[in-house]
Design a protein around this ligand. Structure first.
Ligand code: GLN
Length: 313
């Protein structure tokens, strides 16, 4: 199946936005100024079909730091570089059942990361990017994520600086992984790259294009450029299904029926293989760190656009 007709998609996206724009639940996390000061009313939705059609509503062009929504795309680049079997061996593909910044998930898993969608595995993923210097690794990462988005992404320096001052826990995780010989680069340098990766600025439209690229076998439907091979796309989406929404990944799959990834700044990207990428932006989060309005809007659109992978349609 395909997406419904343009006019139908457009109408549904607008209706879902209207329905959830005044939902007041969720908290904006403290700590990173640019995130802490975000307007809680910001709410954008974007859908990008695998044929390149773009539908958006609300604050879909508002720029915010990508944060954890970067994780699947960096993992995709590492799958492309190492092969998805080697990537799985090094990083794991099972849910931790723990919060995103868990140290115990490493300690209790034979001193290994459990998956690339939480901090330990994501820092390890970034450490395994091709390149022998931090500059080479950064260039690979920046060019790769920009190719997914179809435009040159910029770093929010204020977000980066603020996180450099407050990322002691991530540095602790990296040093722990180094001690267990599971890091591909010097730990502080790996965390620095990961922190920069999280500070890349995107919009909901960018995230929907990035999701649509994963849904389209690795070819960006807006630019026509191949970013990664089809075999890697399907493995990245499989890890999102197990682990994209942290310890709420099971609830998400039960409700939405699609692979997705959330981040602390309020973004969520979802991919429906062969059909579309869908992204939402709304800063207030639930206790696991997932955007409240994003989850509601995605649940409804997955149903009304016929995207749920498990529906017998
Ligand atoms: N930069 C944040 C961190 O590493 C990203 C976390 C997130 O989006 N959940 O803590």
């Amino acid at each position: 199946g395909r997406l419904p007709e343009d006019a139908t998609v457009d109408r549904l996206v607008h209706a879902v936005h209207e329905e959830h724009r005044s939902v007041g639940e969720g908290e904006i996390p403290a700590g990173i100024p640019a995130i802490e000061e975000a307007d809680p009313d910001l709410f954008g939705i974007a859908v990008v079909g695998t044929a390149g059609r773009v539908f958006c509503v609300g604050d879909a062009e508002h720029a915010f730091s990508i944060q954890s929504v970067s994780k699947p795309f960096t993992f995709a680049l590492v799958c492309q570089a190492l092969g998805h079997e080697e990537a799985r061996e090094r990083l794991g593909v099972n849910n931790t059942g723990q919060p995103f910044d868990s140290v115990m998930a490493v300690e209790l898993n034979d001193h290994r990361t459990m998956n690339p969608m939480v901090n330990a595995g994501a820092i390890a993923t970034t450490s395994h990017l091709p390149g022998s210097t931090a500059e080479d690794k950064w260039q690979h990462l920046h060019e790769g994520l920009s190719a997914f988005a179809g435009r040159d992404l910029e770093v929010d320096e204020a977000v980066y600086e603020a996180e450099v001052r407050s990322n002691q826990r991530n540095r602790g995780i990296a040093h722990l992984l180094e001690a267990y010989d599971h890091l591909g680069f010097e730990p502080d340098a790996a965390v620095d790259l990961y922190t920069r990766q999280c500070a890349l600025l995107v919009t909901a439209v960018d995230l929907a294009v990035m999701g649509a690229t994963l849904a389209n076998g690795g070819v960006n439907p807006r630019t026509g450029d191949r970013v990664i091979d089809p075999a890697h796309c399907q493995h990245v989406l499989a890890v999102l299904a197990t682990s994209g929404l942290y310890e709420r990944s099971g609830d998400w799959l039960y409700e939405v029926g699609l692979p997705g990834k959330s981040g602390v700044s309020g973004g969520i990207v979802t991919a429906s293989p062969g059909k579309a990428g869908l992204a939402t932006y709304s800063p207030p989060l639930d206790p696991a760190g997932n955007s409240v309005r994003g989850r509601l809007a995605t649940t409804e659109l997955a149903e009304s656009l016929g995207l749920n992978l498990f529906a017998s349609r």
